[in-house]
Design a protein around this ligand. Structure first.
Ligand code: NAD
Length: 265
């Protein structure tokens, strides 16, 4: 049985910033494997195309579109292109998120504003454009990707990231209640320590190539299950929330962290 047969999904940040599987790329491929047709939006045109090629290679349908989620016109273009290509929008997977390091006294105002624009306003812009379509259909599922950094201090000073990831929880709950009687569900996924190209890139920048294995070991050790998760763990959670099996699940916060946030320290 495929779980998303006949559905159409927009995935933002559907590429990956390096080789391997980012959360958006895995979600796009996982949705397609369950029968959904995909619109893969990414700031990086080549990254979006690579995801579309992967989906096509498995016999699926995927439209790659370059665009910035923080740009209202670009978001409106993606939504219009999705409707033109597929005639509907059943799933909005808001995956884009960027990390800008720095505490409150360190981060520059432009960087703070960019983090808010990309991580939070981007979700508002996609929801603003997609909700009328879903409400007219009387059906839809929105999945917003937050982070355990939104509910716990994970030991890193990136206040713009934590703040935006925390705000996504309130944002998603509001949408869930606004739309509860209109057939549209909205849920949040909170990934914990995951091994994705974005994390590899950030760790390489901070510690250098030589220490990467040791840092990976320490990250594994921090996780109660003894290993970090990967993009497929997030993607499989997203498939559930996108599917009709989750028809009574809205306003939920699905933590995918191997038990990390159960710990007091
Ligand atoms: N990797 C982790 O450990 C982890 C943990 C918790 C939450 N998350 C969240 O998962 C999501 C994806 O993370 P990832 O690690 O897979 O990242 P990634 O960097 O591998 O992929 C993100 C993609 O988003 C694209 N992108 C960046 N800015 C964009 C913009 N303004 N508009 C459109 N596309 C843009 C990038 O080009 C990239 O292809 C983020 O929201 C992140 O906060 C990741």
């Amino acid at each position: 049985m495929v779980r998303l047969e006949g559905k159409v999904a927009i995935v933002t940040g559907a590429g990956s910033i390096g080789p391997g599987w980012g959360n958006g790329k895995a979600a796009a491929v996982a949705f397609a494997r369950q029968g959904a047709r995909i619109v893969a939006m990414d700031l990086d045109a080549e990254a979006a195309r690579e995801t579309a090629d992967l989906v096509h290679g498995e016999g699926g349908s995927c439209l790659a579109i370059q665009g910035d989620v923080a740009d209202a016109a670009a978001v409106a273009h993606v939504v219009a292109a999705c409707r033109d290509a597929y005639g509907r929008i059943d799933i909005l997977h808001n995956n884009v998120g960027i990390i800008i390091p720095g505490g409150a006294a360190e981060i520059a105002p432009d960087d703070w504003n960019r983090a808010l624009s990309v991580n939070l306003t981007g979700m508002y812009l996609t929801c603003r454009s997609v909700l009328p379509v879903m409400e007219a259909q009387g059906a839809g599922a929105i999945i917003n990707v937050s982070s355990t950094a939104g509910i716990r201090h994970l030991g890193f000073n990136y206040i713009s990231y934590s703040t935006t990831k925390g705000a996504i929880l309130a944002f998603t709950r509001s949408i869930a209640l606004e739309c509860a009687r209109r057939g549209v569900r909205a849920n949040t996924i909170l990934p914990g320590l995951m091994d994705t190209p974005m994390v590899q890139h950030a760790l390489r920048g901070e510690y250098g190539e030589a220490d990467l294995l040791e840092i990976a070991r320490q990250r594994d050790e921090r996780c109660p299950m003894g290993f970090t998760g990967n993009a497929w763990d997030v993607a499989h959670a997203a498939v559930f929330l996108a599917s009709d099996e989750a028809r009574y699940v809205t306003g939920a916060e699905l933590v995918v962290d191997g038990g990390l946030t159960c710990r007091s320290a």
